[in-house]
Design a protein around this ligand. Sequence first.
Ligand code: IYR
Length: 224
Amino acid sequence: MSEHPTIPLDRYREYPIDEMRARLKDFYEDIDRRRTVREFSDRPVPRDIIETALQAANTAPSGANLQPWHFVVVSGPEAKKKIREAAEVEEREFYEHRASDEWLAALAPLGTDEHKPFLETAPYLIAVFLQKYGELPDGRKVKHYYPTESTGLATGMLITALHRAGLATLTHTPSPMKFLNEILGRPKSERPFLLLVVGYPADDAEVPDIKRKSLEEFTSWVEE
Ligand code: IYR
């Protein structure tokens, strides 16, 4: 290995196997209650909660540790309204023309349509941007590696952190989402990755009756 600065792994914790099982069971039972929600309350959420969840997301592994993501936290009503209007224009086009019949059939169990009131109701929209390349203060470009995988991992950790805090999320992917660069003033080096809607669910929120695959269906084990 090449010479490079290191520090002891002194924050790692090992648990006895039974404790490992118990911790994991707790975690699984909690994350298994996560559902994507499309009906949000307008109840406020303290900003520090969002900040800590973002700090958790920022611990995600990334290609060459270049952390190729940027999160824009939108809580202002004017910006939310602009985002809703722009998203609904694209979504109307999607549902009326762009989506294939096959795609619309796949979405039917979710009951989604072009109306996106949650973009104004929920207290926070977190626009996740993927940095295709970094930019140094002098304008030079820094190549990024695996930005899609890295940003996906960070976003998954953000969703997990917010769920653990007791908040609901919706991964919204209006397509195309270029409008987010314009509304939020992000540079062309950044590609909108997804829009995360965050808040409390509405009191009467309902979710689609859908199932998760069983362990047997989604895993294979090679043991020899
Ligand atoms: N972006 C649209 C359509 C949509 C697409 C998929 I794939 C979904 O899982 C859900 C929705 C929308 O947000 O309605």
